[in-house]
Design a protein around this ligand. Structure first.
Ligand code: HEC
Length: 282
């Protein structure tokens, strides 16, 4: 099969979305602006604020958005959120709660993650911060990407940050190196199909590929986890893993440095957009 994708590392670079390896290094803020410029030039009538709705922002069928709004009025996954709330409120082994352990009682903080921890020398995701609390309180860490534990807790915990604007910071050379590594993963073509994340979520954003409309990368990181039905919260890195599978490419494990750096870069692109947990996706 020939991929219906423009040949494009060079095209991306000429758009100003320079690749660490080939072009001059742009600042994260320059990258974000370049992505927005690319999308808004192609789709001048769609507001960036609406990108948080993913493909719905591009769906010409107005019924799709109405359906989404109706589902979101009374989400079918409420029981999972309730379970997550109980997990959040249950004291850990040392008697403390997650709220005692996380900054600001765990409220309005999700948009600060992932961040680069200078002391640890690595990107720390919200899941890492939750696990650090668990371990410090005498509990075992949850398995990253496990829907029944971390996914369920995160679905509730993230809802305490609804409305917060994504606020990823890249300060200092080591943070920038992690960001650049994530950017490289995003633009790297791989797998039998020779696709990169950008092949679909930049060049083909707003386009129907086979039966599915494709969402833009800007706005993708703010609304996790997503539910496709009444159970099973899907976290952001689990979605990365399934997109790698679409690319017929082996994903690095959830929680690995590769995916954490990818999440760092990818989340930066959504800076300034409001967080919302959890949302329904078909
Ligand atoms: C072959 C095309 C293709 C490639 C390549 C691809 N994706 Fe996707 N991706 C999709 C489709 C289709 C969906 C579901 C529709 C949508 O939301 O865009 C999706 C969904 C997503 C979503 C969820 C969007 C939402 O709002 O629910 C994220 C995040 C994502 N992809 C990230 C990535 C990343 C990161 C990469 C690279 C590792 C990647 N994708 C590579 C096709 C692709």
């Amino acid at each position: 099969m020939k991929p219906p994708i423009v040949k494009s590392l060079a095209a991306m670079a000429s758009l100003g979305i320079a690749l660490g390896a080939t072009g001059a290094q742009a600042s994260p803020e320059q990258d974000r602006q370049d992505f927005i410029k690319y999308y808004t030039t192609k789709y001048p009538n769609i507001k960036i604020e609406d990108y948080v709705y993913g493909t719905l922002a591009f769906d010409t069928d107005s019924k799709a958005r109405a359906q989404y709004d109706a589902v979101m009025q009374s989400p079918p996954y409420q029981a999972v959120l309730e379970k997550g709330r109980k997990m959040w409120e249950t004291p850990l082994k040392n008697g403390k709660t997650y709220a005692d352990c996380l900054p600001n009682g765990g409220k309005n903080i999700a948009g600060n993650y992932p961040y680069f921890d200078d002391r640890a020398g690595r990107v720390v995701t919200l899941a890492d911060a939750i696990n650090a609390c668990r371990v410090a309180s005498g509990e075992a860490a949850y398995k990253l990407g496990d829907a029944a534990t971390m996914g369920t807790l995160a679905a509730y915990m993230r809802s305490l940050s609804d409305g917060m604007l994504m606020n990823i910071k890249v300060d200092g050379p080591r943070a920038l190196a992690a960001y650049e590594d994530g950017k490289k993963t995003f633009f790297r073509r791989a797998g039998q199909l020779n696709f990169s994340c950008a092949s679909c979520h930049v060049q083909n954003a707003g386009v129907k590929l086979r039966t599915e409309l494709i969402s833009p990368a800007v706005g993708q990181a703010v609304h996790w986890p997503v539910f496709h039905g009444s159970d099973n919260p899907v976290e952001l890195q689990a979605r990365y893993a399934s997109c790698f599978k679409t690319m017929r490419h082996v994903s690095a494990p959830i929680g690995s440095e590769k995916l954490n750096n990818l999440e760092y870069f990818h989340s930066y692109l959504s800076n300034g957009l409001p967080m919302k947990a959890s949302v329904f996706r078909k």
